[in-house]
Design a protein around this ligand. Sequence first.
Ligand code: HEC
Ligand code: HEC
Ligand code: HEC
Ligand code: HEC
Ligand code: HEC
Ligand code: HEC
Length: 191
Amino acid sequence: MRYFLLFLWCLVIVLMSGTSHAITLDSCGISCHRALKRVRLSHQPVVEMKCLDCHRQAGNHPLGGKTSMELVEKEPSLCFRCHNRFPQKKTVHSPVKDGTCTACHNPHGAEGKFLIDADNGQTRFCTKCHDAKMFSRKNVHPPVAEGKCTVCHDPHQADFKGLLREGMPGLCAECHPDVMKNLKNALTVEI
Ligand code: HEC
Ligand code: HEC
Ligand code: HEC
Ligand code: HEC
Ligand code: HEC
Ligand code: HEC
């Protein structure tokens, strides 16, 4: 019943908005798609109600159903309308290579920063696609246990093997400066 009333309300708004049934900027989120904004952190164009920067009318919406709206462009080009293209690096994370930005980012908003549903640790987020067993052994490196995956890995692409932000041993030295100092001072190093 609630949804039916909501639908009627949308219909009234659309009918009132002119003979061409054009969608007005304000009508989408305020009346029919309020749920989209019920997340902790919304994407800036959603905050600004710029729905039509990404969506356009393809038919008589909402009477025409789902196919009456379409994306103005496919991702990733859709995203690169407003965001800089990533500089090309040696290793590209497979879902980024496929151009599926929305495999990780919710285009409207999410519970965590960066439009992803991961705030207290990224482990659950990354293990949507990766084997969780790797991160639940008896002794887990503290930054891994805390789910700080992107401290070491770039989620999009990197110049180092394994999507690492830094090469070895520089990556380790960022948090273990003493060990590295000792290595430098040592006459011989056993590897
Ligand atoms: C930055 C681009 C962008 C903006 C801005 C945007 N959307 Fe979307 N929207 C998308 C993409 C991409 C999808 C497809 C999602 C998918 O396939 O996972 C989508 C899907 C949808 C859907 C289909 C159902 C769903 O939730 O997936 C609705 C409804 C929708 N958007 C409404 C809106 C409304 C209303 C606004 C403005 C408040 C808006 N969108 C703003 C990109 C955007
Ligand atoms: C209409 C312009 C527009 C489009 C299209 C758009 N964005 Fe955004 N996006 C913004 C703005 C503005 C911000 C806030 C300022 C910023 O951080 O750059 C933002 C912020 C973000 C952030 C958070 C950045 C941060 O530092 O917190 C992510 C992640 C993001 N967008 C991903 C995407 C993805 C993925 C797509 C494609 C599905 C997309 N955006 C499409 C305008 C856009
Ligand atoms: C495998 C998951 C994944 C995919 C796929 C992905 N991202 Fe991200 N993205 C992230 C994560 C995680 C962050 C947060 C970075 C951090 O923690 O430092 C992020 C951050 C961002 C940011 C804000 C910070 C920055 O690095 O500029 C933007 C903008 C962004 N992504 C856009 C995109 C676009 C555009 C695509 C598609 C070409 C994409 N992302 C694909 C996981 C992903
Ligand atoms: C949408 C699915 C998806 C998500 C989410 C995802 N990945 Fe991946 N990732 C893949 C795929 C597919 C591959 C390539 C196959 C493989 O190596 O398992 C990959 C490969 C990798 C690799 C190996 C790259 C190489 O070239 O050796 C690393 C490291 C990695 N991902 C880290 C992460 C981290 C960290 C996160 C969370 C921030 C994450 N992934 C989230 C799908 C995903
Ligand atoms: C302290 C740095 C660090 C942190 C934090 C970290 N990793 Fe890694 N990760 C590495 C290194 C180093 C490798 C090996 C890279 C190589 O040589 O290919 C690796 C490899 C991987 C691989 C590829 C493994 C394989 O067998 O091919 C995946 C996937 C991965 N990490 C995901 C994650 C996820 C998810 C998290 C967060 C729970 C995480 N990592 C946190 C340093 C880190
Ligand atoms: C984001 C910070 C961070 C990075 C990057 C990092 N570590 Fe750690 N590591 C820690 C913390 C915190 C501990 C626990 C406290 C300690 O032992 O210093 C730890 C502990 C360790 C331990 C166990 C020490 C012990 O006494 O039990 C080893 C071994 C180790 N790290 C190796 C590495 C290697 C190898 C790298 C590079 C691939 C690396 N770490 C990168 C933060 C980091």
